[in-house]
Design a protein around this ligand. Structure first.
Ligand SMILES: [Fe+2]
Length: 203
């Protein structure tokens, strides 16, 4: 499938990574950005995989801020629809968002390799993708999210060890929580703002 408002599914090493641009986000972006900076002023944040930057506490899915609430609801809807189509006719009890948190990354920040087990699906939405570093060229991994092949066979076996995604504002990625990933050092001067989340499928 293609087109601005449809879901794109790409399979890498037998594992799906879904991408979807959320319509109507851009008009709400300034208010959501302002809200996240306000949260940052009140919450010194936590350290998980983030090497520098700010990582909020993980209850952003429960926010009452109107535009952020709208966004979290849209993310939940889109993720739920993707998971439902993946499940097809396999039975499940419920699909739930169990955590969400904001990240603000500054020049030089990165995220070490990690996965989101024991959750089922995880994702990230880019509120502001920032900008490329002034010394970064086309081939640079600058701030890309890198997903690692769980079976690292290498190029000889036509399986490059990782695949990279360049963040785009207003776009969401959804991937299985077991999939190890990292964020390469970000070199833009403008802060990058993202919201990450975890979903669980109850059987
Ligand atoms: Fe992650």
């Amino acid at each position: 499938m293609s087109g601005k408002s449809s879901v794109t599914a790409r399979w890498h090493f037998g594992i799906p990574i879904y991408e979807k641009k959320l319509p109507n986000f851009s008009s709400r972006a300034p208010s959501i950005t302002q809200h996240l900076y306000r949260l940052k002023d009140q919450d010194k944040g936590i350290t998980r995989s983030n090497q520098g930057g700010w990582h909020s506490s993980d209850t952003l899915h429960l926010t009452e801020h109107p535009d952020s609430k709208w966004l979290m609801h849209r993310i939940l809807q889109v993720a739920t629809n993707i998971i439902k189509s993946f499940e097809d006719d396999r039975p499940y009890k419920e699909i739930r968002m169990v955590a969400a948190w904001a990240n603000i990354n500054y020049r030089g920040n990165w995220n070490a390799p990690h996965e989101h087990l024991p959750c089922t699906w995880s994702g990230v939405f880019y509120v502001d993708a920032g900008e490329p570093g002034k010394d970064s060229d086309q081939n640079s991994l600058d701030g890309q999210v890198l997903f690692f092949d769980p079976l690292p066979l290498g190029r000889e076996w036509k399986r490059p060890p990782a695949t990279g995604y360049k963040p785009t504002a207003g776009t969401m990625l959804l991937f299985p929580s077991f999939l190890t990933h990292m964020v390469a050092p970000y070199y833009g001067e403008k802060p990058r703002i993202s919201i990450a989340f975890n979903m669980v499928v109850d059987r």
